[in-house]
Design a protein around this ligand. Structure first.
Ligand SMILES: Cc1ncc(C[n+]2csc(CCOP(=O)(O)OP(=O)(O)O)c2C)c(N)n1
Ligand SMILES: [Mg+2]
Length: 167
């Protein structure tokens, strides 16, 4: 009757333990997986990981990586998961709400947290976290609420071919 939490990084969760990740999701085991994604192997001092952006210069890719990264949400749904949420390390209230929703979900729940690594990948998520840009580059998704964003909450998304466009 306890809730079970499995906490890992992008390396642990998607490379070293990638097999466990996809099959726990596929089997819909009733656990909560917290995936701290700093796009780097931090503990082992700065090697690129499966979520490092193409071209990332790291200790193990001094000329830049030549691979495209996993996108955790795509991997989760590709493994037939039915709960995925994402928060950012600096928005604790949203991350907390994601964790509560995960705990309440019956079955496998994946919560990705975009996390900075001040030592080996500082500013890796600045596109989403920089104060001046944050409102324009993030959308708070809540059931039943409009998907509006921007400083004045007057922007939205429309379909543009196979992609999305902000208007
Ligand atoms: C099976 C196994 N292989 C390799 C290691 C060595 N190792 C420890 S942490 C780590 C990478 C951690 O990166 P990540 O999961 O992204 O966590 P971070 O330190 O970035 O938070 C590795 C390769 C290990 N502990 N176990
Ligand atoms: Mg990491």
């Amino acid at each position: 009757e306890l809730t079970v939490w499995q906490i890992s990084g992008d390396g642990d969760g998607l490379a070293i333990g990638g097999n466990h990740f996809i099959h726990a999701v596929r089997r819909n085991v009733d656990i909560n997986m917290l995936l701290f994604n700093n796009k780097i192997y931090g503990l082992t001092k700065g090697q690129y990981s499966p979520t490092s952006d193409r071209g990332a210069v790291t200790k193990s890719s001094p000329y830049g990586t030549v691979e495209d990264p996993f996108i955790p949400a795509e991997l989760c749904f590709g493994a037939r998961g039915n709960f995925f949420a994402r928060g950012i390390d600096i928005t604790l209230d949203i991350t907390r709400d994601c964790m509560v929703a995960a705990a309440r979900h019956k079955g496998a729940a994946v919560v990705e947290v975009l996390q900075n690594c001040v030592i080996f990948n500082n500013g890796v998520h600045s596109y989403f976290t920089d104060k001046d840009q944050r409102a324009d580059h993030t959308i708070l998704l809540r059931h039943g609420e409009k998907m509006l964003f921007g400083k004045n909450m007057d922007k939205g998304l429309v379909q543009d071919g196979f992609g999305l466009k902000a208007v």
